[in-house]
Design a protein around this ligand. Structure first.
Ligand code: ADP
Length: 537
């Protein structure tokens, strides 16, 4: 067979050649704008030529600091299209972490949305590697800024070459993209995505038993383009000729619902908090979302009640998926097998609320205390993954040694696997509570507590224990206008868990500390608890 290198430029070329009339719809400052893939192709080539003019060399990193819209999509193809590396920067990181990753990646040029300028201005003196700032704005004039030198995106495009040739004769293993994990401990860790990984991952998104992304879809990535490449959807969508709907800056659930209705979105992708917000909105307003054939949800566990509400009340099919920045991200997705269809509604929901089983192309093993765990839905172990779109190291980072061992990525996620191979995430390795040689899932306890009508949020963490090594402590936030006592919560938990699983204490709090992407910050919580216990003793 021919040894043809897999390459991102080929994906854009396919969109230009076969789908020049299909569109990318973006919510911009002054309203909705539409571009055909022909226009996107021309604009991408112009941007690529402009970046070359600015002196960007193959292999150098170009950062983006932007929402989901057509300009960001153009950068997705233009930067790898000159052999450089697209570094999508998470706009929600702290200024220290933003400066850290720009320096660590050694970004040469930054493309920045005008409304996000203040965040980069804050760190401008700490990012000496950046030689040019390109401002993405809908206004004809550049905004006032302390950054320098600055360029106007649209002005650069005016001088760009619409027929510029994107590089294709590039080693498929060379880096095309880069993303840092949001740090829960220490500094963020960088992942380099190769051309090959992005192409193969895109192909996996198109498989019928996976996300089944196709030309006939109207896809709305709500997941940010700065978070694991918006789950690879922008790349795959252009390749397949899929219409893209980009929700733009600071959207609300109402805006999402309106866009989904107006553009007849068929597939939308995002984290559970986005869908909880949409659900809330659907209860308030009247929307016709009958075009939606699936919502793809991952990033943290999708509550069963939410899946049920979407499917039973609004007839919107829901697919639970799992991945990490390190895994491009799609690796596991929850779809019933054909012979599971006869099960009762509740049984099916129980299975589909798990994260699912592997998409074709990746392999897993689950390592417990005594080696590979049994697939019985009960034994817990750490999920390890390998495959062509799984990272094999962190970029220039000592911490690679911990996560990448003997050809596997140790995900740090503790799972059970049922007889059918469906995994269920029960914890992070650093959060699982090791009590007397057994493991207690903090997530199971949290979910049980959050199912109580008076509880808004619950996080369970381990505290050191002289006899049992570790014991669970629950922290809860009570819903506004509700009240509940500790004893009532224990009465609620008791029938659901073995006695030794019950938390040693339940602490009431006004809020649970969270990461920049809304996950519980358990490290911080453990510190707070240490202070709390020091004060009560
Ligand atoms: P971070 O930067 O926080 O690591 P990622 O998006 O890479 O951001 O997070 C990956 C982690 O998110 C996984 O290791 C897992 O713990 C969690 N996660 C992702 N999807 C799911 C899911 N469907 N259910 C539960 N946890 C999930």
């Amino acid at each position: 067979m021919m040894n043809v290198p897999l390459n991102i430029a080929l994906m854009l070329e396919r969109a230009e050649t076969f789908f020049p009339k299909k569109t990318v719809i973006s919510r911009m400052k002054h309203g909705i704008v539409r571009h055909t893939y022909r226009e996107i192709g021309e604009r991408t080539r112009k941007l690529a030529s402009a970046l070359k003019q600015l002196g960007v060399q193959p292999g150098e990193r170009v950062g983006t600091f932007a929402w989901n819209h057509h300009r960001h999509l153009e950068a997705y193809f233009a930067i790898p299209g000159i052999g450089a590396v697209l570094h999508t920067i998470n706009i929600r990181l702290s200024p220290q972490h933003i400066a850290y990753i720009i320096n660590h990646a050694d970004d040469r040029v930054l493309l920045i949305d005008d409304d996000l300028l203040p965040l980069i201005e804050k760190v401008k003196d700490d990012i000496p590697s950046v030689k040019a700032f390109i401002i993405m704005t809908d206004e004809s004039e550049l905004p006032n800024t302390t950054l320098s030198p600055v360029y106007h995106y649209e002005e650069l495009l005016k001088e760009g070459d619409a027929r510029f040739s994107l590089v294709k004769d590039i080693d498929e293993h060379s880096p095309a993209g880069m993303c840092y994990t949001s740090a829960t401990t220490g500094n963020p860790k960088g992942i380099l995505y190769s051309h090959r990984a992005i192409v193969l991952h895109s192909m996996a998104l198109g498989l019928a038993d996976s996300a089944a992304l196709s030309e006939s879809d109207v896809a709305m990535p709500v997941v940010p383009m700065f978070h694991a490449n918006a789950w690879g959807l922008p790349f795959a969508a252009a390749w397949f000729g899929t219409t893209l709907v980009m929700p733009g800056a600071a959207f609300t659930p109402q805006i999402l619902a309106q866009m989904m209705e107006a553009e007849k979105v068929t597939l939308a992708a995002g984290v559970p908090t986005v869908w909880l917000g949409l659900l809330n909105e659907l209860e308030k307003g009247t929307y016709d979302l009958s075009s939606v054939t699936r919502i793809l949800c991952g990033g943290s566990a999708a509550p069963k009640g939410m899946i049920r509400a979407f499917e039973e009340k609004y007839r919107i099919p829901f697919i639970h998926a799992y991945g990490m920045t390190e895994t491009s991200p799609l690796v596991v997705l929850s779809r019933l097998k054909s012979y599971q269809q006869h099960l009762s509604g509740d049984e099916k929901l129980d299975i589909r609320a798990k994260q699912g089983f592997l998409v074709p192309g990746v392999e897993m093993k689950v390592v417990g205390k005594d080696g590979d765990v049994e697939w019985n839905g009960a034994e817990m172990g750490e999920l390890c993954l390998r495959g062509p779109w799984i990272a094999d190291e962190y970029y220039n980072d000592e911490r690679s040694k911990e996560a990448f061992r003997d050809g596997w990525l140790y995900t740090g996620d503790v799972v059970t696997v049922d007889e059918e191979g469906f995994i269920k995430i029960v914890d992070r390795t650093k959060d699982v509570i090791k009590s007397g040689g057994e493991w207690i899932s903090s997530v199971d306890l949290e979910n049980a507590l959050m199912a109580h009508e008076a509880i808004f949020e619950a996080a369970v963490v381990a505290v050191p224990h002289p006899e049992w090594q570790e014991r669970p402590i629950a922290c809860v936030v009570v819903k506004e206008g509700k009240s509940v006592t500790k004893e009532e919560l224990y009465d609620f938990l008791r029938p659901q868990f073995a006695k030794w699983w019950l938390p040693d204490d339940i602490v009431f709090m006004s809020e649970i500390p969270k990461t920049s992407v809304g996950k519980f910050l358990k490290l911080k919580l453990r510190e707070q608890l240490r202070d709390y216990f020091a004060n009560v003793q």
